[in-house]
Design a protein around this ligand. Structure first.
Ligand code: GTP
Ligand code: MG
Length: 383
């Protein structure tokens, strides 16, 4: 273990601050550190707070941090601003807040604006959460403006996600995409001192009625006036009732084998072996015209076997069969962030074959040449 990691584990705040900066700057040294800290703090409560710009998220996070401190818990706060231009307002506001907590080592705040791709930001956020977990913060709060992918990213990191809305949004509530319903553990109507609270509540309820969550949870709706601290206790209570995403699934999406691709001369013949003789189930059989193959998918405990038969002799798979005969053609890995992975691999001189493409299921994929991977054609996939 590095000295750096040891210092962080012993509660050294300067070492923690240095690590946070290294993560934000994508300093390669942070990689080793994160490896040392990996798997620590699995029971740390990670609270996601998302919602439209100016809804009062930062003010609310401030109040929550205060409340957790009163209960003797240490807090780490990460404010993510995914707008491409550094929006002075939010970050400046957060800076001022940082100063107001300056005297309390029990609260550690970091603000991040976009650097480079959005994917990079999501990755840095996940790394910061891992850092704060490792550093033994009792609660980690991640604030992000709810725009597009950002709120989905936050939900993936968080044990529970709070969606902050405000009265008077009218049709905007409908405009908030249905996805928000799936990630919300609790809805907050902040600025409950403004008119239109009942209406906003009815609109959220109507949305909840239409939605159909796989886990059957109906997020409670809590009214707050963050500037006055009203409703914070109720919110803490609601958070305790809320089902938590287990650390195992909430952890940053990790690498996983998606499938093994096996080139065969005849799907029918191969399926006779895999399904009829061996007894494996078949989940999908379809033609993929742009790859000039017909494929069959066989679930195998998470990963799948993909059998590929060429529809043209001069296709990629056809030529592979001619040169090498039947056999393992590629290994497909699911990666947390395809764009970031491609960027990193290109930077390190790996041979990426073309640009990421969209597959039929909406996933994106790209191939890496065997000369870079240790002799196996590697397909990288992101859902
Ligand atoms: N009246 C009223 N104003 C509030 C309340 N909560 C926050 N505000 C004010 O709303 C403004 C925005 O608050 P922030 O906490 O910065 O909102 P935010 O959602 O973090 O904003 P961004 O991070 O820029 O998206 C500030 O002027 C707050 O003082 C509330 O409950 N009632
Ligand atoms: Mg804010």
């Amino acid at each position: 273990m590095t000295d750096w990691a040891r210092k962080i584990l012993s509660g050294d705040l300067r070492a923690l601050a240095r690590a946070a900066t290294a993560i934000e700057n994508r300093d390669p040294g942070a990689r080793d550190l994160l490896r040392d800290l990996a798997g620590r703090g699995e029971d740390v409560f990670v609270l996601g707070v998302t919602g439209p710009p100016g809804a009062g998220k930062s003010t609310l996070v401030d109040q929550l941090a205060r409340a957790y401190r009163q209960r003797g818990k240490t807090v780490g706060i990460i404010c993510v601003d995914p707008s491409s231009v550094l929006s002075g307002g939010a970050i400046l506001g957060d800076r001022i807040r940082m100063q107001s907590h300056h005297a309390d080592p029990g609260i550690f705040i970091r603000s991040m604006a976009t650097r480079g791709s959005h994917g990079g930001l999501a990755e840095a956020t996940a790394d910061l959460v891992a850092l704060f977990r490792g550093a033994g913060r009792d609660v980690v709060i991640v604030e992000t403006v709810g725009v597009g992918q950002a709120e989905v990213d936050i939900a993936r990191l968080a044990s529970v996600t709070v969606v902050v809305l405000v009265p008077g949004m009218g049709d905007d509530v409908q405009a908030i995409k249905a996805g928000i319903l799936e990630i919300a553990g609790v809805f907050v109507i902040n600025k409950a001192d403004h008119p239109g609270v009942e209406r906003a509540e009815r609109e959220i309820q109507a949305m909840e009625m239409l939605g159909n969550r796989p886990d059957g949870w109906t997020p409670p709706i809590v009214r707050t006036v963050a500037t006055e601290g009203t409703g914070i206790a109720a919110l803490l209570g609601a958070l305790e009732q809320c089902p938590r995403r287990l650390e195992k699934e909430a952890a940053r999406p990790s690498f996983a084998v998606d499938h093994l691709g096996i080139a065969v001369k005849s799907l029918d013949q191969a399926l006779r072996f895999y399904t009829e003789s061996l007894g494996m189930p078949l989940s999908l059989r379809e033609a993929v015209p742009h790859e000039q193959v017909e494929i069959a998918m066989l679930p195998a405990g998470g990963p799948r076997l993909e059998l590929l038969e060429p529809t043209q002799p001069d296709s990629v798979i056809g030529r592979f069969l001619e040169k090498r005969g039947e056999g393992l053609h590629h290994v497909a890995l699911r990666v947390p962030d395809l764009a970031a992975a491609v960027e990193r691999l290109r930077g390190s001189g790996a041979r990426i074959l073309g640009e990421p493409r969209k597959g039929a299921g909406g996933h994106e994929y790209v191939f890496v040449h065997p000369s870079s991977t240790g002799g196996v054609l590697l397909e990288l996939i992101q859902e």
